[in-house]
Design a protein around this ligand. Structure first.
Ligand SMILES: O=C(O)CCC(=O)C(=O)O
Length: 278
C-alpha cells in the first residue's frame, strides 16, 4: 500500500484500486458465475428503511463459491490470499488477518433495490467495526474488499459511501440514511471491471438502486483482524475436508480468531510463519 493509497484510505475510509484483477482473473470469475446460474439466490439483507427512493426488486446473491465444483471454485480460492491483496491487509490490520465469513456476489438487474446507509462511524467504539490511527499505523475492524466484475458508472447504483464518515462523531440523520436528503455527500463509487474497492465497515455505506442496463456483479470478500470474528453462524473450529485442498496460506486465512502460534501469511501469498505470540 503506497503513501498515496494510505493517505486516501485514512482520509476517506475507502480506497479504489484500479485494475486490481487481471483480465484472465475476471474472465475466470465471471465464467464460474455463468456456469452456476442455478446457484443464484435472493439477498436476504433487505432493508430499504421504507424509503421509496431505495425501493425495487430484491437483489440477487451468489454464495458458497469456495465449495463449487472444480474448476469453478478455483478462481475464488485464489483470491483468499491473493498476492496483491496482502500489502493492503497488512497495512490495515497489521500482521495477522482472516476471512470473516464466506465470500458472496451481489448482483441484480435494472430496478434492483437499494440498502440503507449503515456503518458504525466513530460516534462510539464498536469493537468489530472501527478505525484507529496511532504510531504511523492504521488499524481497522472488519473491512470489505469489493471486486467489480462488471463496470459501474457513477449513477448506475450499487456500492455507495459517505467519504470520511469512519471518523464521523454524530448520529446519521434518517433522511441521509434513507438517501432522501443531502445526496451530494453520498458517493456511488465508479469502477471499471477488475477494480477493487476496499472499505472499512465503520465507514457509512450502502447500496443505491441499480439503474444500468447491464447486470451488477460485485464480489465481496470480508476480512477481520486475527483476533476478531464479526459475522455469527458461519465459522467453524474444525474445517471441512475441501479446506485441505488449499495452499497453506489459503488455509491460514480460514483459521478461526486467535493469536498465539497463529499462521501468518507471508508477502509471497504462499508461505506462512508461526510466531509464538502472533
Ligand atoms: O456493495 C453494496 O451494495 C453494499 C455492501 C454492504 O453493505 C456491506 O458490505 O456491508
Amino acid at each position: 500500500m503506497n503513501d498515496t493509497e494510505k493517505f486516501l484510505f485514512d482520509l476517506q475510509g475507502f480506497l479504489k484500486v484500479p485494475g486490481f484483477l487481471a483480465d484472465a482473473e475476471v474472465d475466470a470469475l465471471n465464467a464460474a458465475f455463468d456456469a452456476n446460474e442455478d446457484q443464484r439466490g435472493e439477498d436476504g439483507n433487505h432493508n430499504t428503511g421504507g424509503s421509496d427512493v431505495l425501493e425495487g426488486r430484491r437483489r440477487g446473491i451468489f454464495t458458497g463459491m469456495l465449495e463449487w465444483e472444480k474448476p469453478h471454485c478455483l478462481p475464488f480460492r485464489a483470491l483468499l490470499a491473493h498476492k496483491k491483496l496482502i500489502p493492503y491487509l497488512d497495512a490495515l490490520f497489521g500482521r495477522g488477518w482472516k476471512m470473516d465469513h464466506s465470500p458472496f456476489m451481489l448482483c441484480g438487474s435494472k430496478g434492483a433495490e437499494g440498502l440503507i446507509l449503515h456503518g458504525s462511524t466513530s460516534r462510539h467504539f464498536n469493537g468489530a467495526q472501527y478505525y484507529t490511527y496511532a504510531n504511523d499505523q492504521m488499524r481497522c475492524g472488519m473491512i470489505v474488499c469489493q471486486f467489480q466484475l462488471a463496470d459501474v458508472a457513477e449513477g448506475d447504483g450499487g456500492l455507495c459511501v459517505i467519504p470520511g464518515s469512519h471518523k464521523a462523531n454524530f448520529p446519521l440523520p434518517q433522511k441521509i440514511c434513507h438517501w432522501q436528503e443531502h445526496r451530494e455527500v453520498v458517493y456511488n463509487v465508479p469502477c471499471k471491471t477488475g477494480d477493487m474497492v476496499v472499505f472499512n465497515e465503520a465507514t457509512l455505506h450502502g447500496t443505491l438502486p441499480w439503474t444500468a442496463e447491464h447486470e451488477r456483479r460485485s464480489l465481496l470478500y470480508r476480512y477481520s483482524p486475527k483476533y476478531l470474528h464479526f459475522a455469527g453462524g458461519t465459522y467453524q473450529t474444525s474445517q471441512p475436508a475441501w479446506v485441505g485442498e488449499l495452499t497453506e496460506a489459503q488455509q491460514a486465512v480460514l483459521e478461526p480468531p486467535y493469536i498465539y502460534n497463529r499462521p501468518l501469511v507471508e508477502a509471497d501469498g504462499e508461505t506462512v510463519v508461526r510466531p509464538r505470540t502472533g
